[in-house]
Design a protein around this ligand. Structure first.
Ligand code: ADP
Length: 217
């Protein structure tokens, strides 16, 4: 049986990780693209060596790990530098994702979730289908993300405006999970969406539903 991988995305602070964590708690394998991006440039990796060759040792922290903030400042307003960085990281993240999904398939998993913050921006909506978007009203998004990251709402607003508007992501989604209410309400909706995705692929829903029923009762 082939592995089906659906996409999970949203805006900063919309609740992707919270929904991903719930899927994982139900027994669904969830792969986090942000984690793969960190793995791709971990200490000792070929990715990190390439970055140092291209950008110099200034982008390393004293402990030898990548200083993401320093590198971010370097590439933020320089499209050529940004492109050079992405040419190093993107193929590595793609290879790591392929490895993870191949392993899950070999283990006989029928379904997995790929959590990708910039799924639409990266043009991945056909590759990881259906696409589930976690959405919240803009006000709540900025408040929650600012509280989580310990930064001002203005900082979050700047990051939000660098992404595709959430409304557009919702319009392009196959499923929307409204995370504007309680986390419990969101979990129930996430379970509903998971059931619909299982139905779509003919995957026995009780593989995850056993835990779902306990939770909902
Ligand atoms: P994302 O992964 O999309 O950036 P998170 O799942 O980290 O978003 O959620 C952002 C912040 O909001 C986190 O601190 C999280 O605990 C909190 N949060 C998420 N959903 C809810 C909710 N329904 N009610 C209250 N707080 C929430």
């Amino acid at each position: 049986m082939p592995l089906h991988v659906f996409g999970l995305t949203g805006g900063i602070g919309s609740g992707k990780s919270s929904v991903g964590a719930h899927f994982q708690a139900l027994g669904l394998p969830v792969v986090d693209a942000d984690q793969l991006a960190r793995d791709a440039v971990a200490v000792g990796s070929e990715g990190l060596s390439e970055i140092v060759r291209r950008f110099g040792a200034d982008v390393l922290a004293p402990d030898g790990s990548l200083d993401r903030a320093a590198l971010g400042r370097r590439v933020f307003s320089n499209p050529d530098e940004r492109q050079a960085l992405e040419a190093i990281t993107h193929p590595r993240v793609r290879a790591l994702a392929r490895d993870r999904f191949a392993t899950l398939e070999a283990q006989g998993e029928p379904l997995a979730c790929y959590e990708v913050p910039l799924l639409f921006e990266a043009g991945l909506e056909k590759t990881y289908s259906p696409v589930v978007v976690v959405a919240v009203p803009a006000e709540l998004q900025a408040t929650r993300a600012a509280a989580r990251d310990g930064v001002t709402r203005e900082t979050i607003q700047r990051r939000i405006s660098a992404q595709l508007p959430l409304a557009e992501k919702m319009a392009r989604a196959d499923f929307v999970i409204d995370n504007g209410g309680s986390l419990d309400a969101t979990k129930l909706r996430a379970e509903q969406v998971l059931r619909a995705i299982c139905d779509r692929f003919g995957i026995p829903v009780d593989r995850y539903a056993a835990k779902t029923k306990t939770r909902a009762s």
